[in-house]
Design a protein around this ligand. Structure first.
Ligand code: G3P
Length: 217
């Protein structure tokens, strides 16, 4: 399973990259706004800055919701860097645009996916990635990881090539569960990635090893 970081924060992207386990980055308009990015030029510069650090796929989301607008915006984003993946919402014109991008060799990430039916449509349109939002599903008292498992089963059975990119990750357990049920990628906040490091027995064990090492000097 690949690890993407779900942020537009450059220092967090650098920190995850320095861990040596980062395969890519996903952003969305909310994450860009959180970093105070305003205006087209600033948005473009920020995506270029992210691409310089990431050295892997970087999802950049379109704002347009009509076919011509999505295609124009997506083409401009894709021209910024070879690693840009155009992130398109799961709407009717979004599906048409994903098909157009697929036919024209531009990678896509179909976002705001909350059902297996939506995931089938994204795969039929040729999306490179499909992004089910598991945390938001859990928030509405459904089981987000079950959806990842269902999509993985369908894609395997039907031979769809679209990669399942589990999004809206809230904790380290989400990452483990997504790995268990066959997600291709997990896009996570830095805290959830670092959460994988934690175990009290590791801390206790290390303290004891360091204590005993002193007696060897
Ligand atoms: O990038 C999309 C997704 O990961 C958003 O997560 O935490 O806002 O539900 P969240």
């Amino acid at each position: 399973m690949q690890f993407f970081i779900d942020t537009a924060n450059l220092s967090q992207i650098k920190e995850a990259y320095e861990l040596g386990i980062l395969d890519g980055v996903t952003t969305n308009p909310s994450l860009m706004a959180k970093e105070g990015i305003k205006g087209t030029e600033a948005v473009i510069k920020h995506y270029i800055d992210i691409c310089k650090i990431a050295n892997g796929p970087v999802s950049a989301e379109v704002i347009a919701t009509d076919l011509d607008g999505i295609i124009a915006e997506g083409k401009a984003l894709a021209a910024l860097d070879k690693n840009i993946v155009v992130k398109v919402p799961m709407i009717k014109d979004g599906i048409k645009a994903i098909k157009w991008f697929t036919d024209n060799g531009i990678q896509t990430n179909c976002t705001l996916v909350f059902s297996a039916g939506q995931a089938i449509l994204a795969a039929k349109a040729g999306a490179t990635y499909v992004s089910p939002f598991i945390g938001r599903i859990d928030d509405s008292s459904w089981d987000g990881v079950n959806l990842i498992e269902q999509i993985a089963h369908i894609y395997r059975l039907q031979g769809f090539q679209t990669k399942i990119l589990a999004a809206s990750i809230r904790n380290a357990l989400h990452i483990v569960r997504c790995a268990e049920v066959g997600a291709d990628v997990c896009t996570c906040p830095l805290d959830s990635i670092l959460g994988l490091l934690k175990h009290p027995l590791t801390d206790i064990g290390l303290a004891k090893f360091l204590e005993d090492a002193k007696s060897m000097k």
